[in-house]
Design a protein around this ligand. Structure first.
Ligand code: AMP
Ligand code: ZN
Length: 113
């Protein structure tokens, strides 16, 4: 846990979030500022600042983010059209420095790339 990290605070229950899924390794919750009809985040409970900081020991959890994202996308009915985004570094638009996978779905005409 990182004292300053807003997502660690959500994991610790110090800040509320609208949760979709939780287990010992990961947490999924609705994005507070959705950019698509379906927009949630899947995060590891372990504090990892950026995707580039993922190491071999994190392989399993990194894969689990994708698998849980897929399960939840199916649950939300967007399995035929969703997008997964990891921002890495402030220049890429990363604002929260705790690895998170955006799952965006439900747009009629998706994004240019
Ligand atoms: P990024 O720009 O990739 O760092 O994305 C951070 C995301 O976290 C943004 O889409 C925010 O809307 C979202 N976010 C920030 N604070 C919260 C919060 N307390 N609950 C849910 N989502 C949040
Ligand atoms: Zn954190």
């Amino acid at each position: 846990m990182s004292e300053e990290c807003i997502f660690c605070k959500i994991i610790a229950g110090e800040i509320p979030a609208d949760k979709l899924y939780e287990d010992d390794d990961v947490l999924a919750f609705w994005d507070i500022s959705p950019q698509a009809p379906v927009h949630f985040l899947v995060i590891p409970k372990k504090h990892i600042s950026r995707p580039v900081d993922i190491v071999e020991a994190d392989e399993q959890i990194a894969g689990k983010l994708l698998r849980i994202g897929a399960d939840l996308a199916k649950e939300q009915g967007v399995e035929d059209s969703y997008r997964v985004i990891f921002n890495n570094g402030a220049k890429s638009g990363q604002v929260v420095f705790h690895v998170h996978m955006h799952v965006l779905g439900g747009k009629e005409k998706p994004w240019p790339m």
